[in-house]
Design a protein around this ligand. Structure first.
Ligand SMILES: Cc1cc2nc3c(=O)[nH]c(=O)nc-3n(C[C@H](O)[C@H](O)[C@H](O)COP(=O)(O)OP(=O)(O)OC[C@H]3O[C@@H](n4cnc5c(N)ncnc54)[C@H](O)[C@@H]3O)c2cc1C
Ligand SMILES: NC(=O)c1ccc[n+]([C@@H]2O[C@H](COP(=O)([O-])OP(=O)(O)OC[C@H]3O[C@@H](n4cnc5c(N)ncnc54)[C@H](O)[C@@H]3O)[C@@H](O)[C@H]2O)c1
Length: 472
């Protein structure tokens, strides 16, 4: 057995682990990084990257068959599903070197390609190496949760871990789960020529503002995605080449099944109990400083830290931990400024509080301003006017923003910046943006906050009348 002593041992080389390793080693810490499977973790191999690549193929196919309003003849695209998967693999391969063992070894990180497990409060074992570290970071991510629905063991089903390897085009894809994974995959497959049925036990896009979700759902339905809500999958059966999902809303039959009902954290290989590390189904039990509540040598980052599960959150955790582990400074995570986006068409994005959450928290102090995408000239030119922005404002500052529409994932960035930096609505309203751009919807939403104050205000009218009489 080899023994290593190091400053920081990171378990898991996904979005969180890699960011911490790169930052810590370049600032002078000795870093050991353990990865038992694929460098880059879920995001690169089975998550964000392949899903957005497949969405790009689907967008291309959709554009070919929807050119008429722009004066471009429509053609029915011939979709080569396997070739679309080649495109997905190529995108992963293009990004992979940035996350590779070679790159991290080049930065000075000692990478061990083994799963790690705690053998004491101060030691982790990976293969035949024992690592003793001043600090440990658990960044082991999450995998697909597959509930024990009766009959599931008798059918072939896909998850995000193998759907991107499927090369035969599904004739009819059944998707259980109407969250971001289910809905992104539903639209992509529909646009690539599959029939698609989404079976959702509660409400699709259940974590987003329902008014915003409705805009996206209407579009998905119009494109032919069959979305059945309040339809908990209770039983699954197979007959010949077909699979049937049984729900209280009826039975739904298709050729392939994708399970997208949420995530389970990757803690089973870690032997957290041997490390004296408290944990539950959501992950490690940590404080706002992301430090284990029972073993102060241990931190968590990313999906396994028990909060929002996004790549940018894992990256944000890296910054919080580096401040604490490298400089010994107090460092706490915030969650009020974390945005997210779902990359359907139109997109759905959120930062801070939804309208309902803000109403509950602030009551009558809350003002909600809205701007409809129909009034944006660039969107009119692009024929992408289905959309809405709502901004939740308290005492002149935004506390949340919800956007459904073209480029919502890009537009939410301005509100994420405003909330992160506690900026006022005037900061957005004062910004001059190029015309004609989609980001003008943000400025118009801020304008909607000031319009009644300026235009429906008798004092302003009186002052202007007075000044006009005296001006030469
Ligand atoms: C289909 C899909 C689409 C997504 N799209 C987006 C998106 O568009 N935007 C977004 O922000 N987020 C998206 N996400 C979420 C995002 O992928 C995750 O939030 C992110 O990958 C979490 O990073 P992480 O570092 O916590 O874990 P991961 O990236 O999963 O990395 C964890 C790593 O730890 C390794 N590991 C596990 N146990 C051990 C052990 N004992 N020893 C050593 N190594 C171990 C794993 O092999 C893995 O490589 C998507 C997820 C899915 C499934
Ligand atoms: N664009 C992005 O940023 C993006 C994309 C994909 C995934 N992700 C991340 O991955 C996480 C997981 O996504 P997800 O879509 O798997 O999970 P989710 O928890 O967001 O949605 C799962 C859905 O499945 C439903 N469900 C559960 N059991 C069911 C059953 N038996 N029958 C029918 N429906 C059932 C739930 O009601 C829920 O709406 C997200 O929360 C997000 O953090 C992010």
């Amino acid at each position: 057995m080899n023994r290593i002593k190091t400053d920081i041992c990171i378990i898991g080389a996904g979005s969180g682990g890699l960011s911490i390793a790169a930052g810590a080693v370049q600032m002078g810490a000795k870093v050991v990084l353990l990865e038992g499977h694929k460098m880059g973790g879920d995001c690169l191999n089975y998550g964000c990257v392949p899903s957005k690549a497949l969405i790009a193929s689907a967008k291309q196919a959709y554009a070919m068959s929807h050119g008429a309003p722009y004066g471009v003849a429509e053609v029915e695209p011939t979709v080569d599903y396997a070739a679309a998967k080649d495109h997905v693999a190529d995108v992963i391969a293009t990004i992979a070197p940035v996350d590779s063992v070679e790159r991290f070894e080049g930065l000075g990180v000692q990478v061990i390609t083994e799963f790690g497990k705690f053998i004491s409060r101060t030691e982790v074992q990976a293969g035949d190496t024992i690592i003793e570290a001043r600090r440990f970071v658990v960044a082991t991510g999450s995998g697909p949760f597959v509930p024990p629905i009766p009959g599931i063991e008798d059918v072939t089903y896909y998850t995000n871990e193998n759907i991107f390897d499927l090369r035969e085009k599904p004739k009819h894809l059944l998707i259980i789960g109407g969250g971001p994974i289910g809905m992104e995959m539903a639209q992509a497959h529909r646009r690539l020529g599959c029939n698609v049925t989404v079976i959702e036990g509660a409400k699709a896009f259940g974590k987003d503002d329902p008014e915003m979700a409705a805009i996206v759902l209407e579009n998905l339905r119009a494109e032919g995605v069959n979305i059945v809500e309040d339809a908990q999958a209770e039983k699954i059966s197979a007959k010949g080449d077909t699979i049937t999902v049984h729900t209280p809303k009826g039975d739904f039959t298709g050729s392939h099944l994708l399970m997208a009902v949420g995530r389970k954290v990757n803690t089973e290989k870690l032997d957290l109990d041997a490390g004296g590390i408290a944990h539950d189904r959501a992950g490690l039990k940590v404080g706002p400083d992301l430090r284990s509540v029972t073993n102060k040598k241990v931190y968590a980052a990313g999906d396994v830290a028990g909060g929002l599960q996004f790549t940018h959150v894992a990256g944000y955790h890296a910054g919080v931990l580096i401040r604490s582990m490298l400089f010994g400074l107090p460092s706490k995570q915030r969650t009020d400024h974390i945005p997210w986006a779902t990359y359907t068409d139109p997109e759905l994005a959120q930062v801070g509080l939804t309208e309902a959450q803000a109403k509950k928290k602030f009551g009558p102090a809350l003002e909600v301003v809205r701007f409809d995408f129909h009034h944006n000239d660039r969107l009119i030119a692009e024929r992408k006017t289905k959309g809405l922005i709502k901004v939740m404002v308290v005492k002149g500052r935004p506390v949340g923003a919800s956007i459904a529409g073209h480029m919502a994932g890009e537009l939410i960035g301005m509100w994420a910046m405003a909330i992160a930096n506690k900026m006022k609505m005037s900061a957005i309203a004062n910004t001059v943006l190029p015309y004609p751009t989609v980001s003008e919807v943000n400025k118009r939403a801020a304008g909607a906050y000031f319009s009644p104050r300026l235009f429906d205000n008798p004092t302003v009218k009186r002052v202007v009348g007075f000044v006009q009489r005296w001006l030469p």
